[in-house]
Design a protein around this ligand. Sequence first.
Ligand code: SIN
Length: 327
Amino acid sequence: MKKIVIVATGGTIAGVGEKGKTVAYHAGEINIDDILVTIPDVKHLAYLEIVQFMNVDSNEMNPDIWMKLSNTINQIIKCDDVDGVVVTHGTDTIEETSYFLNLTIHSDKPVVLTGAMRPATATSADGPYNLYQAIALAANDEAKGHGVIVLFSNTIYSGRDIQKVNNYKIDAFDQKSFGCLGYMQDERAYFFSKTFKTHTVQSMFSNEKLEKLSSVAIAYYYAGADEAYLEYLAQHNDGIVLVGSGNGNFSKAWVRMIETCYQKYGTVFVRASRVPLGIVFSDHVFDPNQRCISSNTLSAQKARILLMLALTKTTDFKELKTIFKKY
Ligand code: SIN
């Protein structure tokens, strides 16, 4: 039988509220053992070991916790007797943690994140079933080599591409234009696609213990957005991800301020888009001096993670551009 380690971090899957209801609850309240007792059939899937890493609402996640979590999982997964890891996590920032782990875990063994939209105390809570399927997936050899993956609502998603697209329904996730990696029916997994992007064992960020990340902020553009706050962010960060309109676009005032920040502070800029689907290409009108790296198909919050890691390796603009194409 396979050995799977569950690393529990909290979230709605561990949430407690008014009995039977789906609202007015607090995430990260009960321990993972209390969820596991509701799915006794998991004992047929794998031998389980539990690490209650923390128990929080995922809005408490931050770069320091990501590094600690990644270092912990890397320690666990390198043990010969461990076949896979399941991470339980809040849905609000699962897309960020999954991408961070996708870039920093040095193993092709399955690492599967899951969570829930309904608290553990709700009628028909979705967490136990998601957890059951995540354990089955982590114990499945077919789940190897896909990078870090997320199991939610019968669907297997890539940790790079998953995005929360609904803040209410239990089918809350999607992979933008790329569909999904596969489906699950009970404990059976059906994979039908693979990511082309570099991850886990091949990732240049997965080779060493993480100790420090660069500081990167996100600036959201909207019609009439004041450019002054870009300078404030540039004074306090190594990089800024710009969430532009359309193809990562913004006003001429922003274009001028980007040049000012580059000249004064050496800020590294990435252009992402507030449009959920598509791809951001480099542009000579909105980026006349070519100061920005295009986010490619990464959302702003994922582009921030890549830039935080990438800036620990290089500040060379060409190399950073290559990294954004590759990852
Ligand atoms: C959280 O992200 O911890 C709260 C929301 C959720 O898990 O659905």
